[in-house]
Design a protein around this ligand. Structure first.
Ligand code: HXC
Length: 267
């Protein structure tokens, strides 16, 4: 399918749309795709476009080159910031992770190398993480006299459990992809050459289903994890009710009963 050039003026992030998939690529390979404030602003613009473009059904987030997804926040930039500036920039980075996490469409992190500090945090905000065999993960902030600030203290324990999360955060240790897979930080490990094709295959499989069912499933999991089980169940029941009133539910159930493939419209 033809590629649509982005109208956005971005310097540090590549943004491209091909058919139903948008590709967001961190593009500062000389500094291992370090996440400056400009990168976070450009990620915000790209993901807002992907969210608002109804032709986009899912996003692949990856890094340029074959060495890094992102080696964390830009340490040169961080080295001169005051406490007040750092609090502000962390809130900015956190807002971007929340945008990605609650985009209403699946976002696959295709981790193609180092995912450290803010890089690991960005990957954790994605719906699904797959990684190449050379990928490495860690939260090395304590080695720099700081701590995770783009959601690491919240998303890491939710993904891999409190004990393992605290060990990674407090030791600053870097783990290889097999260990990341073993502890559930990544869903799949694939050869680097298969990384983007596998991300596309997962998105295509998800995209064959009803958009509302996909969107509300993501919402129910995300919002449910923010509160108690009974609050989560209430959210699930409400969203289930909305899905069940949709035209796509009529189509999905009648297609099943008529033994034919469903044609979902997203309504
Ligand atoms: C700025 C960085 C960088 C970073 C690497 N570079 N990581 N620049 N910020 N986070 C630069 C290096 O200075 C170097 O520039 C070039 O990229 C290549 O890196 P090398 O260190 O030479 O590569 P290598 O020896 O292979 O080591 C790879 C590495 C190491 C293990 C990933 O670069 C590293 O430890 N990076 C820092 C990782 C880190 O601490 N991240 C957490 C940041 S704090 P030159 O000019 O020498 O070629 C954080 C907080 C998030 O993320 C808070 C929320 C926003």
């Amino acid at each position: 399918m033809a590629s649509t050039a982005s109208a956005l003026q971005l310097q540090n992030v590549l943004y491209e749309k091909k058919g139903p998939i948008a590709y967001v690529t961190l593009d500062r390979p000389k500094v291992l795709n370090a996440l400056s404030q400009a990168v976070f602003s450009e990620l915000k613009a790209a993901f807002e476009d992907a969210r608002d473009d109804s032709s986009v059904r899912g996003v692949v987030l990856t890094g340029s080159g074959d060495k890094a997804f992102a080696a964390g926040a830009d340490i040169a930039e961080m080295s001169t910031s005051t406490g007040v500036q750092a609090e502000e920039s962390t809130r900015h980075a956190q807002a971007v992770t929340e945008l990605i996490e609650n985009l209403g469409k699946p976002v696959i992190a295709a981790v193609n190398g180092f995912a450290l500090g803010g890089g690991c945090e960005l990957a954790m905000a994605c719906t699904i993480r797959i990684a190449s065999e050379n990928a490495k993960f860690g939260q090395p902030e304590v080695k720099l006299g700081i701590m995770p600030g783009a959601g690491g203290t919240q998303r890491l324990p939710r993904l891999i459990g409190k004990g393992r999360a605290l060990q990674l955060i407090l030791t600053g240790e870097m783990i290889n992809v097999q260990e990341a897979y073993r502890i559930g930080l990544v869903n799949e490990v694939v050869p680097l050459a298969n990384l983007i094709p596998r991300a596309e295959a997962i998105l295509n499989q998800i995209n064959s289903h009803a958009p509302l069912g996909v969107k509300f499933s993501i919402d129910a999991v995300n919002k449910g994890l923010d509160g108690s089980v009974s609050e989560g169940l209430l959210i699930e029941a409400s969203l289930f009710g909305i899905c069940s009133g949709s035209e796509d539910k009529k189509e999905g159930t009648s297609a099943f009963l008529a033994k034919r493939a469903p044609q979902f419209q997203g309504r």
